[in-house]
Structure formats: C-alpha cells, structure tokens
Design a protein around this ligand. Structure first.
Ligand code: ADP
Ligand code: MG
Length: 256
C-alpha cells in the first residue's frame, strides 16, 4: 500500500456513446470492486478505448453513469457549461491514465516530467512533489534515473516513467490502455511487472491489453467487449480458460 492509494471501487451503468451515427458503446454495465483488477479484452474497434476514456470523462457518453468512490456522474443529467466541466473534472481527478505511449517532455529530466502535473495542475509545493516523484520512480524500478533525460531511457523505462507520472497525481484508480502495445517485445515484461506489482499492492485497476498470459494472471475479472457490448464476463479462468461465447473463442484463438 502506498500513501497515495485509496483503493476505491468503480461502478458503471448503462453507458452509451456514439460518434455521429456510429454507436460505439451500447449499454455497458460493470463493477470493479475496490482493490481488484479488471481486464478488458476485445478486437480493435470494439470500443475499449472509448470505454476507458469514458471512465474519466475524456469522452462524454450520451447516457449512463460512472462512479469512482464518492464521485458519480450521470452523463444524461450532466449540466451544460461550467457546472458540467466541474463535474467531469472531479471524475477525471479520480483516475490516473496510462496510454500506449507517453509523450514525455524531451528537454526535461525524468523527475521534472513526473512533477509537472502535481506542481502545475495541482499546485503542490515543488519540494514535496519532487520527494514523491523520487519515491514513485523507486517503486517503478527507476530510482537511479530521476536526473536523466527521456532519450537516455529505453521504451520500457519511458513507459514506467509514464506510470509514475500517472501515480504522481494521486489518483484513486489507475486505467491502462494497451500500455505495452507500442513496445518492442523484449521490453514488455518489465512494464507488465510494474502493473502486476501495483495490482498486488491493492490498487483498483482497469487494464486494456492483448497480453493474454498477463491478463490471465493479473485479472480478478475479465470483460470481453464486442461491438460496444460486454458479451462475456467472469474470472480469468472462466473467460480466458473456458470461454462460452463463439466471439470470445474466435478472438482468443486469433491472438493466442
Ligand atoms: P478500441 O480501443 O477497442 O480499438 P475505440 O474505442 O478506439 O476501439 O473505437 C471504437 C469505434 O469508435 C471505432 O469504430 C472508432 O473508429 C470509433 N471512434 C473512436 N473514437 C472516435 C472519434 N473521436 N470520432 C469518431 N469515431 C471514433
Ligand atoms: Mg484502443
């Protein structure tokens, strides 16, 4: 357990999101109990990123609700203008997001990259943010790299800085969108090890990944998304080990 961690649950009900006439999320419901890892599987275009981005209101669905801890948004009832932005901002602050690739500031050191959010966006005292950043870098196995520049790091190390940067904002849950998809195969393991570590420390996580062995090992719950609908859900042994739906079986046989 880390000092930043508050270990909260996620509750999603009836999420619907369209882009123009493309109905991308078609009624998503799930719960991620506090301290558990939910892995989202699904083919490209099935709506995984849209779902993850809806959890922190980077996308605003037309209908449905997301609750993370005490912060809940009913998207259909979201007020227009400033009041709505305040509400989406509150939800966004609940989660840290780790993307495929992190655009680290190339001309700033690793520590400066990690403290940017806390100091600029959260107006935290720099000294305190730097101390936290060094502790987080230690946690992701980069304790000795704080004063180097991104170009001196491998892709896997940069991605671990990205994780430290997400955690530096003191989120309540962490969302990962294909965190290893942009990495050379030999660098994938070190990033997955950090995520596994966070999950075992009791962070609530939602992870989109195609790394099936990792998914099977880390997931308390697996959701299989097909064309904006969760068509299969269960433990990793159920969904990955013994899938019941043809669509899940076909997907798994393609990527295994
Ligand atoms: P996944 O992450 O599973 O590959 P996405 O959530 O990225 O799927 O995309 C789901 C569908 O929504 C795709 O058809 C994609 O083209 C479409 N889509 C995603 N974002 C946008 C957007 N900003 N504008 C229009 N269409 C989008
Ligand atoms: Mg995606």
């Amino acid at each position: 357990m880390t000092e930043t961690q508050q270990n909260l649950r996620i509750r999603v009900r009836g999420l619907e999101k369209s882009f123009g006439d493309r109905h991308v999320l078609r009624g998503i419901d799930f719960d991620s109990p506090a301290g558990t890892s939910t892995v989202v599987l699904g083919a490209s275009g099935s709506g995984k990123s849209t779902l993850l981005r809806s959890l922190n209101a980077l996308e605003v669905p037309e209908r449905g609700s997301v609750a993370i801890g005490e912060v809940e948004i009913d998207f259909a009832g979201l007020p227009a203008g400033r009041a709505g932005r305040k509400k989406t901002g509150e939800l966004r602050a609940q989660s840290g997001m780790v993307f495929q690739a992190h655009n680290l500031f190339p001309h700033r050191t690793v520590v400066e990259n990690v403290v940017e959010g806390p100091v600029v966006a959260q107006r935290r005292p720099r000294e305190e943010a730097v101390a936290d950043a060094r502790a987080l870098l230690e946690q992701v196995g980069l304790g000795d790299r704080g004063d180097t520049y991104p170009f001196e790091l491998s892709g896997g190390q940069q991605q671990r800085v990205g994780i430290a940067r997400a955690l530096a904002l003191k989120p309540k849950v962490v969302l990962f969108d294909e965190p290893t998809s942009a990495l050379d195969p030999e660098l994938v393991g070190e990033v997955l090890a950090v995520i596994t570590d966070l999950a075992s420390q009791g962070w609530t996580t939602v992870i989109v990944t195609h790394e099936i062995r990792f998914a099977r090992q880390v997931a308390d719950q697996v959701l299989f998304l097909d064309d904006g609908v969760i068509v299969e859900r269960g433990t990793s042994d159920e969904v990955i080990g013994d899938p019941q739906q043809d669509r899940t079986r076909r997907f798994l046989s393609r990527i295994l």
